[in-house]
Write a protein that binds this ligand. Sequence first.
Ligand SMILES: Nc1ncnc2c1ncn2[C@@H]1O[C@H](COP(=O)(O)OP(=O)(O)OP(=O)(O)O)[C@@H](O)[C@H]1O
Ligand SMILES: [Mg+2]
Length: 292
Amino acid sequence: MIAVKGLRFSYSRKSKQKGDAPTLKGLDFEVQSGEIFGFLGPSGSGKSTTQKLLTGILAGYDGSIVVKGRELSAWDNSYYREIGVGFEMPNHFPKLTALENLKLFAAFYDGNTLDPMTLLEQLGLAADANKQVGAFSKGMKMRLNFARAIMHRPGIVFLDEPTAGLDPMNARTMKQIIKTLKAQGCTVFLTTHNMLDAEELCDRIAFIVDGQLATIGNLAQMKRTFGEPSVVVEYRTGGESESLQKAAFGLQTLAEDADFQRILATAKLWSIHSQEASVEEIFFKATGTKLA
Ligand SMILES: Nc1ncnc2c1ncn2[C@@H]1O[C@H](COP(=O)(O)OP(=O)(O)OP(=O)(O)O)[C@@H](O)[C@H]1O
Ligand SMILES: [Mg+2]
């Protein structure tokens, strides 16, 4: 659905001449039809820049971006019927109400748009439909922006940090709608630095660090490659009044672990939990960089 090859981008070509490193240093990845593809990386790594290039909001890149078999430069405005874009910093018409904003954007598309009021209801904005958007909170603007992104039933949706600024309940609603989009066959490019969102939603994840992709893959496979499951033991060596001690051991080497055996034999156990590697740990092992 999307094929990116050797994507390089520099915000200032002038500064590039001075020898400044470009923001994107040659990205290669493909997004398959119908998958949720996560783009995960620390702040400033180039996630939003990549999304802006893929959505045609930023121009002037080197390399190639092919969407639905056609190079981005060969697309005309019909590209915006194919894609929906959720921005990191949503901009709406502040003097118009939420409903008016959506109706205005619906008018850009020739028919077959989702009903604006139904969308607002789904996103918990029904009660605010007739309020001016200028008075909306960040989370409300994000939700309205999301409605705008999916209103014309695009086949590909780009979402930049879609749950940023949302309370847990609204984040859950948003994630549920993203899953529904996928169930309907929509391809989703999801930019995030929220590991939990990535883990819950994405079929595959690309890790980006400093304008370069460190690894791309299926999370379950990455867990096998990079993350050793561990066992965490809480125990006391003295009486009840002593505070709990905690130790972690690799699951695979548990049987030969002398420290673990000693605790089992001598300490009073409080709890034993096994846990798989978190996306944060996998990210660190795969990239050598902390996610946040
Ligand atoms: N308009 C701009 N002009 C110049 N440099 C920019 C501009 N926008 C972003 N940059 C720089 O490009 C780099 C990547 O920024 P980008 O916004 O793509 O990061 P990000 O991964 O989306 O980060 P975050 O998680 O904070 O949203 C950063 O060093 C940033 O300072
Ligand atoms: Mg960003």
